[in-house]
Design a protein around this ligand. Structure first.
Ligand code: PDD
Length: 284
């Protein structure tokens, strides 16, 4: 079945879907986005994703393209037309098309694009095997808390990971601490069974999956510590893992080629991955 994309009020065959050559998302990365997982036809944590979209566009002073209720309807209609059970919905909101000028144009209509695709969410094979990460310098702008499409450093880092045979790159800040992955949040488990992830200030994206895992930790009575951790600490950690809407919870078993713990997925990461899967299935 052919894919359908939503572009500014119209549902179009995916291969014909276009935005203008002077769209500010294309020319300036003057745009924000969200990725929401779809599990058995239902959205995982949709409200938190839409709240983050509102926050991201607020930081850029981007107008809402429509009410949130209308947006939810359009998302549902796009997913319905694509008949996707398990996959993702991608939303991108830009400041629209205008003659090229750095400052905001006086009049533009925001441009909204929604695409949907099949995907294996929180792939059980990756959970069972665990994944490898490499480390790279964090070369991003100073507001990674905004989910903007300004993703060139993330693209280059992910490509380096791929070339190194790794799944993700952990970006390292000027102090030698892990900020986050290119498209995921980073976690470790200490010898004292503390589950550690960086505090969500302006240095990282406040992951929706990260928040869902906070809820799981609270339910399980596990100890959460929000603070930066260094690469050396991560390499010496008992366990490591990453989280994102597409991956759920994934055990990290190698950092820059060195095994984490015994080099196999840790028990805590596996139990959090299972709990997150149960949460996703509960949404469905
Ligand atoms: N990325 N950090 C970064 C830089 C991200 O791009 C993402 C998500 C996350 C995890 O956030 P969440 O749990 O809300 O997915 C953290 C999405 C999946 C993407 O760009 O495809």
């Amino acid at each position: 079945m052919s894919r359908i994309a939503y572009v500014n009020g119209r549902y179009l065959p995916h291969r014909l879907a276009r935005v203008h050559v002077e769209d500010r998302g294309f020319q300036f990365a003057d745009a924000v986005y969200e990725v929401i997982a779809i599990r058995r036809g239902a959205f995982v944590d949709e409200d938190r994703h839409l709240a983050r979209l509102t926050r991201s566009r607020g930081v850029l002073a981007l107008a809402a393209p429509m009410s949130e209720a209308a947006l939810k309807l359009v998302i549902r209609e796009t997913v319905r037309r694509n008949r996707v059970g398990d996959g993702i919905v991608y939303l991108q909101l830009s400041r629209g098309a205008a003659p090229r000028d750095f400052a905001f144009p006086a009049h533009t209509r925001p441009s909204l694009v929604i695409t949907v695709r099949h995907m294996r969410i929180a792939d059980p094979r990756l959970v069972a095997e665990g994944i490898a990460v490499i480390t790279v310098p964090d070369q991003r702008w100073k507001r990674p808390d905004v989910k903007s499409v300004s993703l060139l450093p993330n693209v280059l880092a992910k490509q380096r990971a791929k070339e190194a045979g790794a799944y993700e790159a952990w970006q390292i800040d000027a102090q030698g601490n892990v900020s986050e992955g290119t498209s995921s949040n980073a976690w470790i488990v200490s010898a004292a069974d503390e589950v550690i992830t960086r505090q969500a200030d302006t240095s990282i994206l406040k992951g929706v999956t990260r928040m869902a895992v906070f809820d799981i930790l609270a339910r399980k009575g596990l100890r959460l510590v929000e603070r930066p951790f260094s690469v050396a600490e991560a390499m010496a950690a008992r366990e490591a893992m990453l989280t994102s809407a597409t991956n759920g919870v994934l055990p990290v078993v190698r950092i820059d080629g060195a095994p984490v713990g015994d080099g196999r997925p840790g028990p805590l990461a596996l139990s959090l991955a299972a709990a997150y899967r149960a949460f996703m299935d509960g949404e469905a």
